[in-house]
Design a protein around this ligand. Structure first.
Ligand SMILES: [Zn+2]
Length: 84
């Protein structure tokens, strides 16, 4: 019983520890810019933070910022547009 409590406490502590930052965090096709996420395949650009997010986080951000659309998926079309 005591072991279970300790394990539960340990898990809680682990959640509170900030995950290490990946070197490609926030980069296009890198890791999601959300520190707690950092999933690979960040293809959604956030125009406020100038960083990239995974689809799930981009959706969350857009939902919380509604009706402002902060995150947009980076496609070949709008990549070309950025260069002009
Ligand atoms: Zn994410």
């Amino acid at each position: 019983m005591i072991v279970n409590v300790l394990e539960t406490y340990q898990n809680m502590v682990d959640i509170e520890v900030e995950p290490e930052l990946k070197p490609d965090k926030g980069l296009l096709n890198g890791s999601c810019n959300r520190r707690a996420c950092q999933k690979p395949g960040a293809t959604w650009y956030n125009k406020w933070t100038y960083a990239h997010y995974c689809k799930d986080c981009a959706r969350l951000i857009n939902r919380s910022a509604f009706p402002e659309k902060l995150c947009e998926e980076v496609t070949n079309n709008n990549l070309k547009g950025d260069k002009s």
